[in-house]
Design a protein around this ligand. Sequence first.
Ligand code: TXA
Ligand code: MG
Length: 308
Amino acid sequence: MSKKEIEIAKNRLSSGEVVIFPTETVYGIGCDATKDMAVNLLYKLKKRPKNNPIICHFANLEDIKKNFYINKTELLLAEKFWPGPLTLILKKKKISKISPLVSNHNEYVGCRIPKNKITQELLSKVKFPIAAPSANITSETSVTLPEDLNPFFKENILILNDGPAKLGLESTVLKINKNIIEILRLGSLSEEMINKKINNEIIINQKSNLSPGNLLKHYSPKKPLRMNIKSVNDNEGLLNFGSTNLFSKVFNLNLSSKGNLEEAANNFFHYIHLLDQSKCQKIAVVPIPNIGLGKTLNDRLKRSSFKN
Ligand code: TXA
Ligand code: MG
């Protein structure tokens, strides 16, 4: 990645255009969070309902403090996990110039400092936070490799290509409620990882109305998907984990033959893309242990397998 490409991205963002950029979780499609017109364009490109708020990405904690109130617990989380795969829902100050459209006119906004060298440089060069959802069309799968991006995005939008994302699952979205940590969306930061650093009670509250992004059908491949399978049908491609005796006659992938959940998280979205492109008619996924990142993987699989 050359300095020139980052400069071009900066100029496009500054003139209200959108840019696709890498983060340690998944690729993002972003714009100037303070420009209503640009945020509107983002919703349109992603085909995203306006009531589903968008995360704002910042270069550093100082910039977040200028725009948001931050209490003791929030500060502790920020210090332990930023830059990194944490999104904190914070209360916006009146003086903030962040567009009300990023949060459907709500004063609570999702904030995050991503851990990726290129994007950190971009964020430090622009004079505004970058509003960015994951770089996929609404309800489709997130993207961890630029080659998996939607063809329309590939042809029409500048992409800062930094190869495969380091973690592979989206950020964990947290809201602090009377010192209790509420997980609004499971993500790359597991409950266990938070527990190791912070003593506060943690509850998973993915049904919260605050996160309409948690629609049941989400992260969906184009093909029907079955999870927790015990046998594979003839027309199914297999997404395996660890060492099972299962085998597909059409297409086989293993998220991690060693049974490592970090490796599985890292491969997950790319493998779903590969299965979607393979000759199989349906996708069958073996059980994934429901611990640590396995909880996030099972959450994504549940939404992927949801039938309307
Ligand atoms: O890792 C990530 O979080 C990636 C990268 C690009 O940063 N972004 C991402 O954005 O996954 P998106 O828009 O695909 O998912 C954001 C989730 C949605 O479930 C949304 O409802 C929730 O965060 N969210 C965003 N702002 C919120 C807010 N103000 N209140 C409650 N939930 C919010
Ligand atoms: Mg998304």
